[in-house]
Design a protein around this ligand. Structure first.
Ligand code: HEC
Length: 239
């Protein structure tokens, strides 16, 4: 079965990462962790649905929402915080006390301390739970890639195969609040337009003539790319 969910936001983990005395502003996030999405949506035999994989879930979520230029990329490093890679992201996580980890705490702050800051949307409950669960599981640099033999390109749907991938890897930079290149990939209608005009596939396959996407991290996994292409071939349905 496929498990999904996900979403947007943008920017930094600024001031809250430096302010060690700020109390957790909101009550703890209570989420049924069995609903936490896993990427890839077609898990390889060695992928556990109970494990949050850093490389597939946490890294793209953090880089696309926090590591853009002006925020926590290696050059801007707002407040000295870089969130582009495992070594640096790991510094903000404390598995001995997951809920007091800066990486998690700042998601729950209020006002300008909240990350990502407005106008970016706050992480939703599922995204917060994903970050928390990864820290609780030891904040490891783990990875699980669906083999192409295991990649289901038949039962592909927008809601199960396309939207969760875009939400994890793209919407941080392509939301209504921050539509890079004028493209908001959080809605079906826009995704369909970008699929139909070839820019979606051109960008994710790093085809000549297109900007390679996602811009902050490495290419999507081949299974995700194949599933998106299969969804387009099948008529780009809103299913
Ligand atoms: C870190 C921010 C960031 C992330 C993450 C990101 N994009 Fe982009 N995207 C941009 C920016 C900035 C541009 C404009 C690029 C330029 O003009 O140099 C852009 C441009 C594009 C374009 C237009 C490309 C073209 O050649 O016409 C498409 C399509 C696109 N992105 C799709 C995606 C998809 C799909 C993903 C996820 C797989 C993604 N982007 C992830 C920032 C991002």
């Amino acid at each position: 079965m496929r498990i999904l969910g996900y979403i947007f936001g943008v920017f930094l983990l600024i001031s809250c990462l430096n302010d060690k005395n700020t109390p957790l502003a909101n009550q703890p996030v209570i989420v049924d962790t069995t609903t936490i999405p896993i990427i890839p949506s077609t898990p390889a035999v060695n992928c556990s649905p109970d494990t949050v994989y850093f490389q597939q879930s946490v890294l793209p979520l953090i880089t696309s929402n926090c590591a853009m230029s002006g925020c926590h990329d290696a050059i801007s490093k707002k407040d000295g915080v870089i969130l582009t890679d495992y070594t640096n992201i790991r510094k903000e996580a404390n598995p001995a006390s997951p809920t007091s980890s800066d990486l998690y705490k700042c998601l729950n702050e209020t006002g300008e301390d909240r990350m990502p800051p407005a106008p970016a949307a706050a992480f939703n409950l599922t995204q917060k739970a994903l970050v928390l669960k990864w820290i609780q599981q030891g904040a490891k640099n783990n990875s699980c890639v669906a083999s192409s033999a295991n990649c289901d390109t038949v039962n592909v749907t927008y809601s199960a195969s396309v939207a969760p991938v875009l939400k994890t890897y793209c919407v941080g930079c392509h939301s209504a609040a921050s539509p890079s290149a004028g493209i908001d990939l959080s809605t079906y209608a826009v995704v369909k337009v970008q699929a139909a005009n070839g820019r979606l596939v051109g960008s994710i396959t790093h085809a000549v003539g297109y900007k390679p996407m996602p811009s902050a991290t490495s290419k999507l996994g081949s299974c995700e790319i194949n599933q998106i292409q299969a969804w387009i071939t099948k008529g780009m349905l809103n299913n």
